[in-house]
Write a protein that binds this ligand. Sequence first.
Ligand code: XMP
Length: 510
Amino acid sequence: LVIVLDFGGQYNQLVARRVRESNVYCEIYSYRTDIETIKSKNPKGIILTGGPNSCYLEDSPTYSRELFELGIPVLGLCYGAQLMMHVLGGKVERASVREYGKTEVMVDRSSKLFENVSEKTVCWMSHFDYISQVAPGFRITAHTADCPVAAAENEEQKLYAIQFHPEVLHTQEGTKMLYNFVRGVCGCCGDWRMDSFVESSIESIREKVGDGKVLLALSGGVDSSVAAGLLSRAIGKQLTCVFVDHGLLRKNEGDEVEAVFGPEGDFDLNFIRVNAQERYYNKLAGVTEPEQKRKIIGEEFIRVFEEEAKKIGAVDFLAQGTIYPDVVESGLGGESAVIKSHHNVGGLPDFVDFKEIIEPLRDLFKDEVRKAGLELGIPEDLVFRQPFPGPGLGIRIIGEVTAEKVRIVQDADAIYREEIAKAGLDKEINQYFAALTNMRSVGVMGDERTYDYAVALRAVKTIDFMTAEAAEIPFEVLQKVMSRIINEVKGVNRVFYDLTSKPPGTIELE
Ligand code: XMP
């Protein structure tokens, strides 16, 4: 076990995830966790994360010197590195310029941390404060043009400090550095696999649920499907999945979901499909503001569940397929700001009448969710299916949602997906879909003037869905998609390709 001590930084879960990628189990604890609890866990290593504060200010999160005297290897990252220096007698000061972004770092390869790392390597920096003097017993093992101490260590006491963020992918060899720490310095053997997650989750679900009943919000996307699979394996028919067809699903998706999880499918659970299309369209009529749309769709979900729950009788738990990026971007993951209220995290109204919520995938990133899905024996085509947001096409239709617009975007999206698969690009691109802009423009078709909608095609490459880049789709594929959409989908006379990366864009358009 490696313990990640959370000091409120943006990338904390990424640290845990990189550790797990090295096949080492880790858990995240708040920096408020006392030393006895930490000792009782018997960790092989401790990682201190970044955080938004200045360690030399009085009210900033801190930790006692004892932590560094346990004989357990400690790695401090960014704020964690500064804190380590500060507590052990080094000096941290405010820098005259903020160092931010990709930065070339010169590393000393004799350090265990930098074994097999290039001498000059690109790292992600994000700090106002800097270490102006290392603590006694430490030597400097990396620097940049602006930052005299980009890394330092006291090898004898197994204390390591890194000013940059090895956990983000922009640090090109960051995974290697974390690997070097957990496997090399801490001596973890690396036998943790996704099956351990599945097994331990099944156990903890059984323990938590006992003989209670669980109601799952099955949306048809990867996350809630994997959650359904996991819960079904753990508690079988104690699980009821309510699948709400809100009329904002992709083309034919309702029937496809029913085929997998319904009575004809392979999972042991109770499956209920609610056809609520009309109800949603009525609620959404005239609403254009994205957050309001999300809220309506989310709340309506809950209302439908409540109604179903009443029909079923007493329900003890509400399960959800929330995954970690949802948590972070809803502003619940420490200090980060609210970007979008992902409805399965932030949108729960106060008067939900379930005892408790279960979110078995809350700590996982998308690719980890997929691995768990495969581990559970969920069919590959479902596991690698396009991720689909809870609010569905509601957030892929800019402006007011109407049945007509849903039809347009469903048809355009189906064509797009078909052509991407035909071109063999479906495994390569992590998420791709058609969206409907709220823009109408003039065109000409068969000598007639048209005044129709523009469809936007989106396709991104991403690993963790926190950052993404537009995929490079061969032009002839795009042209084929464009011509089919214009010819086959009534109401569209223009097709755009969205080149925006995330950030500054988000993956969905709303
Ligand atoms: P964004 O648009 O935030 O999307 O860059 C990141 C990933 O999250 C999905 N997404 C959602 N998933 N409920 C969900 O379950 C939501 O409200 C939601 N909004 C976005 C999006 O499809 C992408 O994979």
